[in-house]
Design a protein around this ligand. Structure first.
Ligand code: FAD
Length: 453
């Protein structure tokens, strides 16, 4: 696969930044509720509050959609993120709630797209946990049982039965969800927000969040905002303030790359008839998906820990792009000559439990981390439920599922540079072993054929 002419972008490969970015805050203002962060989570909270007649201000450091909301792979998941076998081991009682939340979240986004008539190339294909080895196929079967037992909707099948490329043995289809252009979706939500009564202020970084009696006070470079309630929706960037609970999440940089446009006949020859997005069952996944522009977007495979705040603006490491390209050529040998055209990445937040979570720091400061790589569906849904909680004073049962009574979190394990490198190395070792087994099987069947002749 060619990687010598890749366009590295510090924003997203899906869309350009909006042309109408709003001016920075200049002076002080007051409001009832302030939302910090204009990703899918924060925008959903602000929009719902505005729709429900609340006096709401949203502050965004760059422009709404600047974060991972516009940069992700666009796979709208209908199942929770993380290692479901481990989650089932530690949080078995929570599983039915988590599965229900994940499915409701995907439907919520589908309804949002329809309600606001957002053109984001959405296809309700579902997504597949795809196996690249017999070991991964066993894992897929175990995970499917866990999800079904908890009331979720999945189907297990071979690659032929699922309509996915033959480079994968088979997998588990999440029936609910699909894929979209997340950049178009996020900018569509931004448009809906700008058309609402919410006051949106972009290019304004909140440098501190403090309390003054009953009020929350936000500091920005050129003015203060005072509010009765605040919602922290800055995802991976949350650790920048002292008020953020310790160990709430760790910031991790992940990347996606996109091929050049591929001849539709070559794409059709892959047997990818379902067009479902694919996520491999490595400890650190690889994801692959078709796009409406006849390209394939794929990525992750390595997690890069952000070690200090403020998080740097980054472009992907060319060595990782190279590594992803090699993996692509293994999964899609017929497309090994295709070039990588662009690469980008973004910061996600991983919680120590790998569960999405939400809660209150005190009576009037709310937070949520609905990410763990699955926030495309969950961030907008949880953001909306937090708005409803603020207005109604009651938690929806899906918000209850991830609610933290106390903002206390254990130090995350294996999330340092060494831990992440070790997980990556185990994946590569398994790939190597599976590759040799595959070659040995091919060699054995060739020998049998020639002996028979
Ligand atoms: C490469 C990649 C692939 C992914 N793939 C998928 C996928 O296929 N499916 C899926 O479900 N999820 C995926 N995700 C995760 C998903 O994108 C996120 O979970 C989701 O977008 C989180 O939304 P958010 O609103 O919480 O955060 P963000 O979109 O990150 O928004 C946070 C916002 O806060 C702003 N901000 C930060 N600090 C401040 C401050 N001090 N003051 C004011 N504003 C501030 C930022 O500028 C940003 O706009 C992926 C993520 C990445 C990066």
């Amino acid at each position: 696969m060619k990687t010598d002419n890749v366009e590295y972008t510090a924003f997203s490969g899906w869309v350009d930044p909006p042309a109408d970015v709003l001016p920075a805050l200049a002076g002080d203002l007051t409001c009832d509720v302030v939302v910090i962060g204009g990703g899918l989570g924060g925008m959903s909270t602000a929009l719902r509050l505005a729709e429900r007649g609340q006096d709401v201000v949203l502050l965004e450091a760059e422009f709404c959609g600047h974060g991972s909301s516009s940069r992700n792979a666009g796979q709208l998941a209908g199942a929770p993120g993380g290692d479901l076998q481990l989650l089932n081991l530690f949080y078995r009682k929570k599983m039915p709630g988590m599965i229900r939340l994940a499915e409701h979240a995907a439907h919520h986004v589908e309804d949002f797209i329809a309600k606001h008539d957002i053109d984001c190339d959405y296809e309700p294909t579902g997504n597949t946990f795809a196996a690249v080895s017999r070991g991964q196929m066993g894992r897929v079967r175990r995970v499917a049982k866990i999800i079904e037992h908890a009331g979720g909707h999945v189907e297990v099948g071979t690659s032929e039965e699922l309509g996915i490329p033959r480079g994968f043995l088979g997998g588990m289809r999440e029936v609910i969800g699909g894929m979209m252009n997340p950049g178009k979706f996020t900018l569509g939500m931004r448009r809906a927000l700008l058309d609402s009564s919410a006051r949106v202020i972009e290019r304004t970084k909140v440098t501190d969040v403090t309390r003054d009696g009953e009020q929350v006070v936000l500091t920005t470079p050129r003015g203060q905002v005072r509010a009765n309630r605040a919602v922290l929706s800055t995802n991976a960037f949350a650790g920048e303030w002292d008020i953020t609970p310790k160990h709430l999440s760790v910031p991790i940089y992940v990347i996606e790359v996109e091929t050049e446009p591929i001849d539709p006949e070559r794409l059709a020859a892959l047997g990818w008839t379902s067009r479902m997005g694919l996520v491999t069952q490595h400890a650190i996944m690889e994801n692959y998906r078709l796009t409406s522009r006849n390209t394939i977007v794929f990525g992750v495979r390595r997690l890069e820990r952000g070690m200090s705040y403020p998080l740097p603006r980054k472009t992907p490491d060319p060595a990782l792009v190279e590594e992803l390209a090699e993996a692509f050529a293994t999964r899609f040998p017929a497309l090994a000559d295709v070039a990588v055209e662009r690469a980008w990445g973004g910061w996600i937040a991983i919680t120590s439990s790998w569960l999405p979570l939400a809660g209150q720091i005190d009576a009037n400061i709310f937070y949520s981390i609905a990410c763990n790589g699955h926030g495309l569906a969950q961030a907008p849904y949880i953001g909306t439920l937090i708005a409803d909680l603020i207005v109604d004073g009651e938690r929806h049962e899906d918000l209850e599922t991830l609610w933290m009574d106390k903002p206390k979190f254990p130090r995350p394990m294996m999330m340092g540079r060494l831990g992440l490198r070790t997980i990556w190395a185990v994946d590569r070792f398994n790939d190597l072993v599976n590759g040799s087994r595959r070659n040995a099987r091919r060699g054995a069947s060739r020998t049998t054929e020639s002996t028979t002749e």
